[in-house]
Design a protein around this ligand. Structure first.
Ligand code: 2HG
Ligand code: ZN
Length: 500
């Protein structure tokens, strides 16, 4: 180990304490590998500061020595965004010790908390105060608020409440040189120039490390009604959503599309669970309504939506959750799809969004293109149809090993799906971010002006290219990340390409 590295590690220990600074490969392994075990990096050290002051000191020290820093929350990124590359040069800065809910202001309807609070703990704290923090994603027990902010997380209740950008009133973030930016004021109105917090939200830790936030709280719903519905096809699903919004307005909280192969995959991996409806269906939707009114009224609204859907020939069959347990069982089937794919291996993940009016046509066209390339792929297609966002994840056929399927089809299939989405004015990453997995694809879907602005902002806030280097920003043609930084930071080799 070079003298500088030893100095850096000694300095880090002095800031965060011995126990919060790991530097053996074995201790660091859980923090250098992503949770799907697709990206295997190395680090100089993994540190877990306990305060914003410590984050600031760690960043100042690393900047002084030109050491890259990879911010990390619950390490649940699907894009390889939260683990270091293979160079071993970087320090991983894990926020798990900064896990305090600092204040709940029930009158202002806000919650101030540190970045390392898990989403589950944030929701529970809000509920204890009789309020709802509405972000809902499957990994809520592991993912942390800082990661949710850095990736502008979405999930299953965006239709009603919006994504992380919409739910945030202020943040605190530490810049690479150790300075602290803060807008933790809980204001719903503040037109005093640039909205700087939005630069950090969704920037995946490439501009600053988010250490705290003020989030919006909502009234806790008093009634919830849930149905699992088989629909004729995705086009019918969109029409049903339109009818549901007309009938129930704001009460439509979630509207999730699930393809037959997606449900089959979950049921095969969870034999104790049963399908909500008899028979096999090509397309289903999970609908949730919620309101502050009475339960009977909401049940009647749901029944009206379903009856209308039946009458107009959109719905093939439907099961209404008769209890909270039923509703939870329906949701479990939906939320397990992602992990079921991880367990199975060999999934080509595309996270696209396009205008709702075009989504059904997109699914048909993208499916035809994928099946022309990989005729036996299992079409695991699901997600947040209400937001125009589907996870379009063709999966290896049962008999084909994951590596073989991915080697044969990954590039062509993801290019076909992403290319189609882009040509239809869509996004190639609706809610999972860019990380390293989609970084180089940005070249094809952002304009030169957008890319140049992104690099200009990056250089302004992180002139040494030290914060989460080699993530999000694609390399300008003919250069590498080293050449794009203005100081002599050491950039490692590229990570394992995205697979799985
Ligand atoms: C979900 O909606 C998550 O379940 C994960 O966004 C999606 O694994 C995926 O592709
Ligand atoms: Zn999702």
């Amino acid at each position: 180990m070079a003298d500088t590295d030893t100095n850096v590690i000694d300095g880090l220990r002095a800031i965060v304490g011995d126990k919060a600074c790991l530097d053996t490969a074995a201790d660091m392994q859980p923090f250098t590998t992503d949770y799907r075990r697709l990206y295997h990096g190395k680090a100089l050290a993994v540190v877990a500061p306990a305060s914003t002051q410590q984050v600031s000191e760690v960043l100042a020290l690393c900047t002084k020595h030109g050491v890259p820093v990879v911010p990390q929350g619950g390490n649940t990124s699907l894009m390889g965004g939260a683990v270091p590359d293979a160079s071993g040069n970087a320090v991983v800065l894990n926020l798990r010790r900064m896990n305090q809910v600092l204040e709940i202001d029930a009158v202002n309807d806000t919650m101030t908390l540190q970045a390392g609070v898990t989403l589950q703990a944030a929701r529970a704290a809000a509920e204890t105060a009789g309020r709802l923090f509405p972000l809902r994603i499957g990994s809520e027990g592991s993912c942390q608020i800082g990661g949710n902010l850095s990736t502008n997380a979405g999930g299953t209740a965006v239709l009603r409440y919006g994504n992380m950008r919409d739910l945030t009133l202020g943040i605190e973030a530490v810049l690479p040189d150790g300075r602290v930016y803060s807008s933790l004021r809980g204001l719903r109105k503040d037109n005093t120039g640039y909205d700087l917090k939005q630069l950090f939200i969704g920037s995946e830790g490439t501009l600053g490390i988010i250490t705290a936030a003020v989030l919006k709280l909502m009234p806790l719903p008093s009634a919830t009604a849930v149905a699992w519905v088989a629909v004729k096809d995705p086009h019918a699903a969109v029409q049903l959503l339109t009818q549901a919004k007309r009938t129930a307005g704001q009460a439509v909280t979630a509207f999730e599309l699930i393809s037959g192969p997606a449900l089959s995959l979950v049921l095969a991996s969870m034999p104790q669970q049963s399908a909500p409806l008899p028979g096999v269906h090509d397309w289903m939707v999970l609908i949730e309504l919620s309101s502050g009114g009475d339960a009977e009224g909401l049940d009647a609204t749901l029944m009206a939506i379903l009856e209308q859907g039946m009458e107009s020939g959109l719905i093939v069959d439907a099961a209404v959750a008769a209890s909270m347990a039923d509703a939870r069982a329906f949701w479990l089937l939906r939320e397990e799809i992602s992990d079921a794919q991880t367990r199975e291996g060999g999934s080509i993940k595309c996270d696209i969004s396009i205008p709702l009016s075009k989504i059904a046509g997109f699914i048909a066209e993208a499916s035809a293109q994928v099946l022309a390339l990989a005729p036996d792929a299992r079409m695991v297609i699901y997600g947040h149809m209400g937001d125009g966002n589907v996870h379009f994840n063709p999966l290896r056929p049962k008999g084909t090993p994951a590596a073989e399927f991915l080697a044969a089809h990954y590039t062509q299939v993801s290019q076909a799906v992403d290319g189609l989405a882009h040509r239809q004015n869509g996004s190639i990453s609706a809610e999972h971010g860019i990380g390293v997995a989609k970084r180089d694809d940005l070249v094809h879907c952002k304009t030169p002006v957008e890319l140049a602005l992104m690099w200009q902002i990056k250089r302004t806030l992180d002139p040494g290219n030290l914060l989460n280097p080699s993530k999000v920003l694609p390399l300008p043609a003919g250069t590498d990340h080293r050449a794009t930084a203005s100081s002599a930071s050491t950039i490692g080799t590229a990570q394992t390409p995205a697979r799985g």
